[in-house]
Structure formats: structure tokens, C-alpha cells
Design a protein around this ligand. Structure first.
Ligand code: MG
Length: 384
């Protein structure tokens, strides 16, 4: 860490540590080690073949969850540095925040949650934590990645009160109404900055939305007018990028400025002051909050409900629910390793345990793996 940290930043000296004690990492900080473990895990590599809005095979130019996670890391590190917060833990949180996502983005997640509703439901955020706490099987001495409390705290953005009760100290903030670290708070909002802006970029490229439609979005229009005035002959591709980069900059700058004022007013001295504060200190200003909301509503109405996206949503639901139903009825249809886990979980926790193992198997699938599995199980011509 080359820049001095604010006294209320996440720091190695005040870390609540790892579940299993390990020797210190030597040349790296504890949070750099977290980041490195995340980059080397299986779920991280699978992010390349998972999508948010588009499906992986729809085109090579669209964001995947991997490029999205890298963009979130980029935005949040810049913000962390400007606020003298811990860049290392911020990067680790950003790279891990989507590890628990199902195939087919929101559609897959809704479908899995529906199928799992009699068995405790499915929360993608909780699943990200489950991946780093339990599901990765790489280390000799523990399951999961044995990450620090601070990285895990940042990964768990939301959680129902019921599930929070099972999580010990990590779940307390959802029942006691306290706040996570500033690093966790800023990564959460960087996620929003990243996906709103890249969805515009991808949406324009896919022809799902047009710049004419976007003129009703004030945040877009202000930058669009500036760019086309400065560069009247610019190609539409370059205009889109120039506008999007300005929008990201505008949102990130506002977040930094507003949060600095909030922090100055709250005058925290330690990270405990941050956690005990009655509300989050990392925030957009009220006018930008309003403009951001307008942008989100536009995307919801014009892009996420576009018929081409909707068709894929329907198909994704069919695949995820089809897989869940067929596996829950007969776990022997799952690959041996998953079948064994389901048998064990059933012996220990009954039908709920069996369902959770089926759910873990499906949640871990990439888009194309899920499509292939579905075809193998339901298409009579597919032989293996
Ligand atoms: Mg995300």
C-alpha cells in the first residue's frame, strides 16, 4: 500500500482475521492474498461464461460477469484511493461479488429461487459467500478460500434476516442494523455504476436501444450533447464510448465528493465508528441519485423488458427449472460427485439438504454448460 490510509479504513492491523489461522502472507497484504485466492478459484474462471443480460454465445463483444467484475474492481479501486481507503480489500470484494451468480443472469437466479422456495430459497449474494466459504475445494486444510472477515463482509451485500442468523458475526449487521466498512459500501455502489453504464453500451451495440430513446435520460443526454458538440463528425461507436466514459466519471466523481462531505461531517475515528453509524456514508448526492434512478428505470423498461431479452429470459427459466425438476426427482442423473454430495446431504439434513446440493450444482453452471446439460437430458437425439 503506497498511499496512507484513513484511520477508519479497513486495515490489516484491525482485521477480524480468517476462520482458520494461517501464517502471514509475507510479501503481500492479507487482502492481496484474498484477491489472489479469488482470482485462482474455479468460480472466478466460470464468470467468463456467465452473463447478466445477454447470453454468452450471443456475441463476443458483450460484457460477461468476468469483464463486469473487472470493471467494478477498476471503478471501486479508483474511488477507494481517492478516499484514502483500502484498495486491496476493495479489489478483492469487487472480484468476488458475483461469484455466486447462476447461469443466465437475473432470469436464472429468479428461476432457481422459485424452485428452491420450499427449501429456503436462493439468494445470489449469499451464494457468493457460500462459494468462498464452502464450495471451493482446493486447499488441504479447509473448504472454501478462508478469506478475511472484511472481504466476506463486503461480498455479502444483502441478506434476509432469517439467513443472517445462521452467519454468526458476519450476519449481525442485518439484524442489528449496523453498516459494513466504507470499502464494502463503495464497492456496492461501484457495481451499480458499472452495470448501468455497460448495459447502455451493450444495449446500443446490440440495437436494443437507440441514442434517440436515451435522450429522455438526463444523465445520458447531458454528456451526449457535450460530446456531439465537441466532436460533430465522430462515429456513433466512438460517441457511445465517449458518452459512457463521461457518465461513469460523473457518477464516480459525485460519489467521491458527496462521500467526503459525509465522512467529514460524521468525523469517524475508527472503523467501529463506521460500522456503528446509523447510515451508510458512501452515497451519491440527492440530484445524482435522482438521475441515476431515472437511468435505471429507463433500462428496466426499454432494455430488460425488450422482447429479445424477454425471449431469452423465458428460455433461461425453462432450462433452469427443467434441470432442477429432473435432478431433484432423481439425483442419480447428476454427475457422480454431485450425486454423492446430494446423498450425504440428504442423510444429514433430509430433503432440504438434497435440494441445496442440486441448487449448488445448477448455480455453478455456466450458460453453455446449462444449455448442454438440458439438451443431454431432454433431447432424445443427444446421446451423451
Ligand atoms: Mg455485479
Amino acid at each position: 500500500m503506497t498511499h496512507p490510509l484513513a484511520p477508519y479504513a479497513v486495515s490489516v492491523s484491525h482485521s477480524k482475521g480468517r476462520q482458520y489461522q494461517e501464517p502471514s502472507p509475507g510479501y503481500r497484504t492479507e487482502f492481496q492474498r484474498d484477491r489472489d485466492r479469488i482470482i485462482h478459484c474455479t468460480a472466478f474462471r466460470r464468470l467468463e461464461y456467465k452473463t447478466q443480460v445477454f447470453v454468452n454465445h450471443e456475441g463476443d463483444l458483450f460484457r460477461t460477469r468476468l469483464t463486469h467484475s473487472i470493471e467494478v474492481a477498476q471503478i471501486s479501486r479508483a474511488i477507494a484511493r481517492a478516499l484514502k481507503l483500502n484498495e486491496d480489500v476493495t479489489e478483492a470484494i469487487a472480484l468476488a461479488h458475483d461469484l455466486g451468480h447462476t447461469p443466465f443472469g437475473h432470469a436464472g437466479q429468479d428461476a432457481l429461487n422459485e424452485s428452491m422456495s420450499p427449501f429456503g430459497g436462493f439468494e445470489h449474494n449469499l451464494q457468493s459467500l457460500r462459494v468462498v466459504d464452502h464450495l471451493e475445494e482446493k486447499y488441504a486444510e479447509f473448504d472454501g478460500l478462508n478469506l478475511t472477515f472484511e472481504t466476506r463482509e463486503g461480498i455479502l451485500k444483502h441478506c434476509s434476516a432469517k439467513n443472517a442468523q445462521q452467519l454468526g458475526e458476519l450476519g449481525l449487521r442485518f439484524t442489528h442494523n449496523t453498516q459494513p466498512s466504507l470499502e464494502a459500501q463503495l464497492t456496492n455502489l461501484s457495481d451499480e455504476i458499472a452495470y448501468n453504464n455497460h448495459d447502455i453500451d451493450d444495449g446500443l451495440r446490440a440495437g436494443l436501444i437507440t441514442t434517440e430513446q436515451l435522450s429522455q435520460v438526463r444523465l445520458f443526454q447531458a454528456q451526449f450533447e457535450q460530446v456531439t458538440k465537441l466532436y460533430p463528425k465522430l462515429s456513433s461507436k466512438r460517441i457511445a464510448h465517449e458518452v459512457v466514459r463521461r457518465m461513469i466519471n460523473c457518477l464516480a466523481s459525485d460519489l467521491i465528493k458527496t462521500s467526503l462531505v459525509n465522512i467529514t461531517n460524521a468525523a469517524p475515528e475508527t472503523i467501529d465508528n463506521i460500522r456503528q453509524h446509523k447510515q451508510t456514508l458512501i452515497n451519491f448526492s440527492d440530484p445524482i441519485k435522482e438521475l441515476n434512478l431515472e437511468l435505471k428505470q429507463f433500462l428496466r423498461q426499454n432494455m430488460y423488458r425488450h422482447y429479445r431479452v424477454y425471449r431469452m429470459t423465458k428460455k433461461a427459466k425453462k432450462i433452469v427449472q427443467g434441470l432442477f425438476n429432473v435432478f431433484i426427482d432423481d439425483i442419480q442423473l447428476m454427475p457422480t460427485e454431485h450425486n454423492h454430495k446430494a446423498q450425504q446431504a440428504e442423510a444429514e439434513y433430509g430433503h432440504h439438504g438434497r435440494a441445496r446440493m442440486v441448487c449448488d450444482y445448477i448455480a455453478g453452471m455456466t450458460d453453455r454448460y446449462a444449455i448442454n446439460e438440458y439438451n443431454k437430458l431432454f433431447d432424445p437425439i443427444e446421446l451423451t
